[in-house]
Design a binder for this molecule. Structure first.
Ligand SMILES: [Zn+2]
Length: 107
């Protein structure tokens, strides 16, 4: 996952293992850990979704979203909300799921 530097706005490539911004040297270690934890929560949410465990899937997808706002987390939360029959949550997560990556790829 690319990390946008909060100091200068440079998008730092996710494949580079560095923890500092390549432009300004800002420490990105905390943001990288947040992104990693978000990815882990999302993968767990998908696994629980496949098992039909809607509550766990929804909670983990929400956690993933709270750490890093990305459409894949919102899409899993949307599907889990559908499984739960939570109509109020469906609209919220549908709107977030339809945002493009440019709008949501931030913490
Ligand atoms: Zn920077």
């Amino acid at each position: 996952m690319a990390i946008t530097c909060p100091a200068c706005g440079k998008v730092n490539n996710a494949t580079v293992a560095t923890t500092v911004c390549s432009r300004c040297g800002c420490d990105l270690a905390l943001l990288r850990r947040m992104a990693h934890t978000s990815d882990y929560s999302l993968s767990e949410a998908v696994a629980w979704l496949r098992e039909g465990e809607w509550e766990r899937a929804f909670w983990l997808a929400k956690q993933s979203w709270e750490l890093c706002h990305r459409p894949p987390s919102a899409r899993v939360a949307f599907l889990a909300a559908a499984g739960l029959g939570a109509a109020d949550q469906l609209l919220r997560w549908r709107r977030r799921a339809l945002l493009d990556d440019e709008e949501t790829n931030r913490f």
